[in-house]
Design a protein around this ligand. Structure first.
Ligand SMILES: Cc1ncc(COP(=O)(O)O)c(C=O)c1O
Length: 372
């Protein structure tokens, strides 16, 4: 079975991990934490990077640090992993879910601006499948309405818009280092920012609200969202290898693109000056409903290839009842979600396997067509 994702971890990760282990610093102190944060600062070209124990807690920390809480509204896109929605709910704020752009599948800036009210505090954009959102447009909207822009860049480490790297495109950027991400530490996350005050708050909040000088004095409610030195060791190795990891993903994307071109599928189209970091190779199958997409996934599985559907629109999560006045989500997200499929994408995926997967997709789609 070829999985959808597989981490590329090897000798360097192993050496750093054992070094951290042998140092005895296996919890949240140790030299690899500083090393990983330094690497993130230089990759993102930002002043500050604070690592956390996963990408969801990084989002939670970002919202808390910005002072977003009960009664505030945060505009988010309909298409994302559920963590984006959950983090907004954790702080008691109201997620205002809007549609995505048909080309980029990222938050539609026009829909985002229409959703801004007197209670809106931030736009939380998501760089879906490694494609940065339109931060230029979002920045203008934020400036005009005095809002923060937060980038959920869990899937886009290493991407850029013009000469600005992911990390410095928004007021605050969060990353995930889950096993299927561009760089992994097993579980892990980070908050990147150029604002000193945001970083200061993030560091206190992730460490139980610890007072900077008075031991065991906690004057704010904090959390234990710290990363371990062991995870930071693996992460440091991955970040040192980032150019190679990204180049291999680009290679996989390019191979799929060439092989599947003209086979009734459509890919994301990044905006001008955008260099995406390919995360999962994801296409919509032209004219497909969800049951046809599910049939395609089943046929691929029969041939030994795992796949994933595109994320389910966030407003459809059964536990979330937005009240209709708060949900302006839309049809683009729904169409991309029901006709979209992610194919196996990881740095070590061999070219002959990509060929076999692409052949299987083309054959399965022909079979589905003749059945209809
Ligand atoms: C867009 C997005 N946001 C947030 C997360 C949450 O990250 P984590 O799984 O590390 O908590 C993920 C990935 O899992 C994601 O894809």
């Amino acid at each position: 079975m070829i999985p959808v994702s597989q981490p590329s971890v090897g000798e360097l990760e192993r050496a750093y991990l054992l070094d951290a282990f042998d140092s005895g610093w296996i919890s949240s102190h140790g030299e690899y934490l500083g090393k990983a944060e330094g690497l993130l600062r230089s990759i993102g070209e930002v002043q500050h990077a604070a690592v956390a124990n996963n990408g969801t807690t990084a989002l939670h920390l970002a919202l808390l640090a910005l002072g977003i809480g009960a009664g505030d509204e945060v505009v988010i896109p309909s298409l994302s992993y559920v963590a984006t929605l959950n983090a907004v709910l954790y702080v008691g704020a109201i997620p205002v879910i809007v549609d995505v752009d048909p080309a980029t599948w990222c938050i539609d800036p026009v829909a985002a601006e229409q959703a801004v009210s007197s209670r809106t505090r931030a736009i939380l954009a998501v760089d879906l499948y490694g494609c940065p959102a339109d931060y230029e447009a979002l920045g203008h909207i934020a400036h005009g309405h005095n809002l923060f822009v937060i980038a959920d860049a869990a899937e886009s480490l290493g991407a850029a818009v013009g000469d600005r790297q992911v990390g410095g495109l928004a007021d605050v950027t969060t990353l995930s280092f889950f096993g299927n991400k561009i760089a992994t530490s097993g579980e892990g996350g980070a908050v990147l920012t150029d604002h000193d005050w945001v970083d200061e708050r993030v560091r206190r909040l992730r460490n139980q609200g610890n007072h900077p000088t008075r031991r065991y004095h906690h004057d704010i409610l904090g959390y234990n969202y710290r990363m371990t030195n062991l995870a930071a060791a693996v992460l440091s190795a991955q970040l040192e290898r980032l150019p190679e990891l990204v180049a291999n993903r680009v290679r996989v994307f390019e191979a799929y693109r060439q092989l599947l071109n003209g086979h009734g599928v459509t890919t994301q189209a990044p905006g001008p000056h955008v260099r995406m970091t390919p995360w999962l190779y994801t296409v919509t199958c032209d004219g497909y409903e969800a049951d046809q997409r599910d049939a395609l996934m089943a046929k691929l599985l029969e041939r030994g290839f795992d796949s994933r559907p595109v994320f389910q629109p966030l407003e459809t999560m059964p536990y979330f009842s937005p009240g209709l006045q708060h949900s302006r989500a839309g049809r683009v997200a729904s169409r991309v979600s029901s006709s979209g499929i992610s194919l196996p994408t990881f740095p070590d995926l061999r070219v002959e396997d990509i060929q076999r997967i692409a052949d299987a997709v083309a054959t399965a789609m022909r079979e589905i067509e003749t059945q209809n």
